[in-house]
Design a protein around this ligand. Sequence first.
Ligand code: NAD
Ligand code: AKB
Length: 319
Amino acid sequence: MKRILVIGSCGQIGTELVLNLRDKYGTNNVYASDILENCPEKLYPGPYVKMDILEKEMVRSFIISEKISEVYLLAALLSAKAEERPEYAWKLNMDGLFTILDLAKEGYLRKIFWPSSIAVFGKTTPKFNTPQFTIMEPSTVYGISKQVGERWCEYYYAKYDVDVRSIRYPGLISYTSLPGGGTTDYAVDMFYQAKLGNDFTCFLSDDTALPMMYMDDAIRATLELMNAPKENIKIRSSYNLSGISFTPKDIFEEIQKYIPDFRITFMPDFRQKIADTWPSSIDDISARSDWGWKERYNLEMLVKKMLDNVDVSILSSVS
Ligand code: NAD
Ligand code: AKB
């Protein structure tokens, strides 16, 4: 029987991942954990433990005493927040990964999921249909931490046979919880402002195309990767994963089909410089051929699903 721990479970991905894992493996076999005192109501009932990934001894003793077999390590500072706190971002994004990789090396964990990002690429990377193997010169602290993390995952697999699996997620769009401080967050914010009847000020320019994905696809990809036979996982750094590529103008125009009075102004800020170094679209042929990945959501489906489900009352929980 699997015993799963999700670290960073109260965030944008963690909330949905825990719900999906509990559906699949049973509520009591999936521990949610986060640095926050309490988990979001959506994760009641179910085991929750307050845990700071940087408290190494506490993390180790919990995993060993609870006989955890799989860890999904999601705790991190994302691109925009990491630029505000570079030293802390480096510590958080790297130290936690070593704690978990070492536990697997010592035989306490059977499998690890650790997400990378399109932020591993940089301005010297081919921008369109970015290949799996290409030039990677990230210029953000977040991107550097993800690229270095990829190298260490690959190393622990090659040297110690640690079964660590990873996806370079694109920008994720969802309504269950709010995003945590990334460059692609604008696309989620746009839905809340549209539903509130507000005008929207976009921090990226109208023509900034980025790889994006609806959360259901990202969660499904994660579970498919984790359940694929070990011998199929040929890439131990991280897999490129492609869903949709769109600009702020594309998504605005799609929302406007439902809310014709919706208005937008473009006022690029420091996040524009980050976005300018990232790919516009991704080639994910390796994920497709190694473990059968295929996206389901296109832009039209994503926008309809978001407008049907975004609940603006969630905003009061952060104000
Ligand atoms: P998020 O910011 O929404 O959630 C991160 C969670 O980690 C938060 O609940 C936070 O409280 C928790 N956390 C922070 N510090 C912690 C600590 N010291 N100990 C334990 N928990 C701590 O992030 P997310 O969007 O859910 O992203 C999860 C992972 O996926 C990250 O590694 C991120 O880099 C990666 N990723 C996300 C996206 C995306 O679009 N959401 C895209 C690419 C990669
Ligand atoms: C961010 O914008 O930082 C994240 C990511 C693409 O890694 N959404």
